[in-house]
Design a protein around this ligand. Structure first.
Ligand SMILES: Nc1nc2c(c(=O)[nH]1)N[C@H]1C(S)=C(S)[C@@H](COP(=O)(O)O)O[C@H]1N2
Ligand SMILES: [Mo]
Length: 318
């Protein structure tokens, strides 16, 4: 007998990793199904606005209790140059972006290179809410409740070798879907990198959601990095490749303007950007005027991360 009746399927045969997948699809179908008469573009926007709730999300001890940035601001004031250079472009032009199925190739200096199929490796029980400050190099900041999980344990599965000193990340390159990539605004695909101890640090997460819902496309769906003690541009979006390297990997903004953006890009009020001060940030917290607050060393995460840079000249390694 080839097709089992539901009563014959033991619960052990239904793998837990499939639950997340099934739910993601189901919720999207529900959202889309209510709007069958409208145009495809419209219902994708609608589906994104409705949001796909993520379940089994636990709280994290790493969260800040500062006032949250309204979801509206966090999802309509974005940097995602693949969809345009304007802050509203990603939410306007990113809605049709197809993020299913999605996989990440893991390669380079490791014993077990392979592929991460998003639907299989994102386990509902590992999802945590991490309320982090994110400070953009352009001197605005937000407080966003991310949903994700630490990157370190994921990386360890691939058994990085002793030569793996850095981890390089790459965004999807698909000019058909990402109109910004049709122009040489940046050297596509967008790439970023971390030193391996930074990548393994418990504050560094892979995010798959925000405000309890699946990531909207403009925030880097279906999976993006969040490194809260570094300027926002290190938090690379829509990742398709992770590689372990011996040499410091190239990073997009460093290639674009090496005197303005270094490899480390730690939030540092004492090192100005050549064109503006980094001492003050505008906090987008829902108030009519954004509050101007003093930027903290390592974005306020010094207690957890300062030791990673002991003995380094942070003016040189900016
Ligand atoms: N692929 C890719 N990732 C990216 C960017 C980008 O243009 N392309 N912009 C970065 C910058 S400058 C910032 S401040 C953050 C913004 O993340 P948010 O839109 O979710 O707030 O994404 C970062 N990740
Ligand atoms: Mo940024």
């Amino acid at each position: 007998m080839l097709i089992k009746r539901p009563s014959e399927i033991k619960s052990s045969e239904i793998t837990p990793e499939r639950v997340w997948h099934a739910r993601r699809r189901f919720m999207r179908d529900v959202a889309a199904g209510t709007l069958v008469a409208t145009t495809p573009t419209l219902f994708r926007v609608q589906a994104a606005a409705a949001g796909v709730r993520l379940e089994n999300v636990t709280e994290s001890k790493f969260s800040t209790d500062e006032k949250l940035t309204p979801r509206e601001d966090a999802t309509t004031y974005n940097n995602f140059y693949e969809f345009g250079t304007g802050k509203k472009d990603p939410s306007r032009y990113g809605q049709a972006f197809e993020t299913e199925p999605w996989s990440i190739e893991v390669t380079g200096e490791c014993e077990k290179p392979g592929t991460l199929d998003l639907e299989e490796f994102v386990q509902p029980h590992q999802l945590q809410e991490r309320i982090y400050r994110l400070r953009c190099v352009e001197a605005w900041s937000m407080v966003i409740p991310w949903v994700g999980f630490p990157l370190g344990p994921v990386l360890k599965r691939f058994q990085p070798t002793s030569r793996a000193k850095y981890v390089a990340f790459r965004t999807l390159h698909d000019p058909e879907q990402m109109p910004g990539q049709r122009r040489p605004v940046l050297d596509w695909p967008y790439v970023e990198g971390l030193r391996i101890d930074e990548a393994m640090h418990p504050l560094t997460i892979f995010a798959v959601g925000l405000y309890g819902e699946e990531l909207p496309n403009q925030n880097g769906a279906p999976i993006r990095l969040v490194v809260p003690w570094k300027y926002g541009f290190k938090s690379i979006k829509s990742i398709v490749r992770v590689s372990f390297t011996e040499q410091e990997p190239p990073t997009t903004w460093n290639k674009a303007a090496p005197n303005e953006y270094g490899f480390y890009s730690n939030v540092n009020p004492n090192v100005d950007h050549p064109r503006w001060s980094q001492r003050i940030e505008k906090r987008l917290d829902g108030g009519f005027f954004p509050q101007r607050i003093e930027t903290q060393m390592f974005n306020g995460y010094a207690d957890q991360v300062a030791h990673l840079y002991e003995g380094m000249d942070l003016r040189k390694h900016f």
